[in-house]
Design a binder for this molecule. Sequence first.
Ligand code: GTP
Length: 603
Amino acid sequence: MRNVRNISIIAHIDHGKTTLTDRILEITGAIEKRKMREQFLDSMDIERERGITIKSHPLRVFYKSKKDGKEYEINIVDTPGHVDFSYEVDRSLAAVEGAILLVDASQGVQAQTVANTYKALEHNLEIIPAINKIDLPNANVAETELEIEDLIGIPSSEILKISAKEGIGVEELLEDIIEKVPAPSGDESGKLKALIFDAKYDKYRGVIVYIRVFDGKVSVGNKIMTFSNGQSYEVIETGVFTPDMTPVDELKAGDIGYIIAGIKEVSLARIGDTITDANDPVEEPLEGYKEVKPMVFAGMFPGVPEYYEELRKALEKLKLNDSALVFYPDHSPALGFGFRCGFLGLLHMDVVKERLEREFEMTVILTAPNVEYKVLLKNGEELIVNDPAKFPDESTIQEVYEPYVKLSIITPPEYLGKLMNLVQNEKRGTMISTENAGFERVVLNFEVPLAEIIFDFFDKMKALSRGYASMDYEFIGYRKSDLVKVSILVNKEPVEALSIIAHKDKAYSMARKLVDKLAELIPQHQFEIPIQAKAGGRIIARSTIKALRKDVLAKCYGGDVTRKMKLLQKQKEGKKKLREIGNVSIPQEAFLALLKVGEDENK
Ligand SMILES: Nc1nc2c(ncn2[C@@H]2O[C@H](COP(=O)(O)OP(=O)(O)OP(=O)(O)O)[C@@H](O)[C@H]2O)c(=O)[nH]1
């Protein structure tokens, strides 16, 4: 049996995964102390600033056990903490035999703690629970122990208490990993079978594929094949993470490392796919591969038309490293040429927008995000619509389906009523079950349309529960729904980029809020501007932006009435002219009016 342990760290956001990984690197001497900077592994600027881990970074350390004196290789796969990237967590867990379950002592078990623990159990991982941040004055170790006991049935005496920040208990944790997590099994002499659990694009070296080898071996010169698309490549380099990329002669069953094989973009090395020998492939791939589908869509336009080409190039470059990002050309009468983009969720959308700004110095106009609908037409045709502007005419529609998620909220019981009200009465959710989760915690499970939780749900939930509730969700499928398109007319002209899809019961109130918000956001002009919302062929809401009244009469000193009348007439004509041209200037923030409606309600 090899002295190898492969583990992952699972936790709710901010419970200390990155800090723990940093400490392990330090304790095992993988990184000299003086080179250590906080969050060594979070390499993307955005990750560092926001203090969140988006991409997983594996690493290999060596630790000499104080118990048996032997040296062990420990491979740690860090996982993303945000629900947008939960598929990546799932694939990282498929690459290991054990998981450290890290829980913040001041916050206790949270929604993602539970979601990730279930995932780890599904993968039959050995779970090692550890309560972190015991150094905090508001650490509540006893309650957290009870919650963990309740979650996985491990007695509190076996739960480690650590401070990742101060290094307390971290060596004991390493000893526990060696003792409890099984060494990887697998057949080194079998056919190559490896899991892709991440991939990164490098400017100079092409795609670097992060793999866990389950059976067989792989080394330089081998011809490999990615199972899902049958593409084959020659291996140029194999290596491990120390944490820097360090070449090794071969990777064999049980190993975690990387390969470089001249793959041009990450979308060809898909997370969850199986790598095998191109000349002697396995018959069955590893289980559980799913194609990652974007869930949230928005229009993206360069502020200035001349920047269209530049934006296309920037998106192509981002795509090299981000297979979840999709985009295709789009045109809007109001915003010109641009792209329709698909994202995993709103955080992913923000990350893309920020990367465009930082790495490519591009400021873009994003339209309000929406989900993807399935529309069955009366003529039997089925359409996939992810742009409200392209929603078919109501008279041609037979049925509409929208994506639903299973939403789990964990909360102290006192906020239960308010949260149930939020989900069921405001967000079209249906309660499925409630469970007790240890000490003073309730888990609420709902089925909710995804569209209802992508905007402002998180903030509302936090506000209603004073920050105590946490949530997690997963896609469960499409459901039939009563949806209508609400079009917006500015100065009688339809502005498709402002259209939204709403549930029939909410169309009126959403339309009302949207036109009011637009009337606030669009500046006054020389003429009056009606803002109308139209659904099912009728105007259902209207708001008016008053004209800026130029004080034309100021020029008339005397009491010459006819002159006054003439001027007023002229002004009226002027107004008419402008209206005919219809040149209302709509500021960028108006295209996000829908999001702003939500923000106001949270105040
Ligand atoms: N006091 C104290 N603070 C800690 C400890 N461990 C982590 N923190 C702090 O908690 C915050 C979050 O820690 P991270 O390590 O970034 O958490 P994370 O789980 O990697 O976060 P995500 O990647 O966003 O999921 C940081 O400000 C850390 O300094 C600890 O043991 N004690």
